[in-house]
Design a protein. Structure first.
Length: 196
């Protein structure tokens, strides 16, 4: 249910999720990351997609390494984000990891001199990062709003991957928050779209 003053509550949940992730055993994290990625890769939406919009994971995020590698191996069009000013981002087609460079916030991003900007998002699946999700697909990210802005005009399928311990019953949400269509945890996969 939308509420007006949600920043403080979102920050509390963000901090709880970060703490859980920072304290995870590295072997447990690696095992869960592999399981979540395999669920993504073995899905019908991955198989049927023309373009995969992913991101290069870092630190406490669920790893995306296997998804990126598999998308490239299967000949999918793979697009990764590059952050711009005003908390906006563009996606660029990447055919090899060597086309990445360190960009905003120390993240690996496409080198714009080596990669073509993606403008056609038809038949695409967007993997959306998040620190916490609820069972309706709403999420709490790192607080910069890049994906919230991008998803306002994105009509493809959106997917979130999250550790089950970081799933909340009901997250606070604002006017611009958009739920993901599919939520994957190590325990289940939920289609949050109406009538699904």
């Amino acid at each position: 249910m939308p509420v007006k003053n949600i920043k403080q509550r979102k920050e509390q949940i963000r901090n709880i999720s970060k703490k859980y992730r920072l304290n995870m055993d590295s072997l447990q994290k690696a095992s869960l990351d592999r399981l979540l990625q395999e669920k993504f890769i073995n899905s019908e939406f991955f198989e049927n997609s023309r373009v995969i919009l992913a991101f290069v994971s870092k630190g406490i995020e669920v790893s995306t390494e296997l998804i990126i590698k598999t998308a490239l191996e299967k000949g999918k069009k793979l697009a990764l984000p590059r952050c711009k000013e005003n908390n906006q981002m563009d996606f660029y087609l990447v055919t090899d990891i060597s086309q990445l460079e360190i960009g905003s916030y120390g993240l690996m991003e496409p080198n714009t001199d080596k990669c073509e900007m993606l403008s056609d998002f038809s038949d695409s699946v967007c993997l959306v990062p998040g620190l916490a999700f609820d069972r309706e697909g709403y999420r709490i990210g790192f607080g910069k709003g890049y994906y919230d802005r991008f998803l306002l005009n994105f009509s493809g399928l959106t997917v979130g991957m999250c550790y089950n311990k970081c799933i909340e019953n009901d997250l606070p949400r604002g006017y611009y928050d958009r739920p993901v269509d599919i939520l994957i945890t190590e325990k289940y996969k939920i289609d949050t779209r109406p009538n699904c």
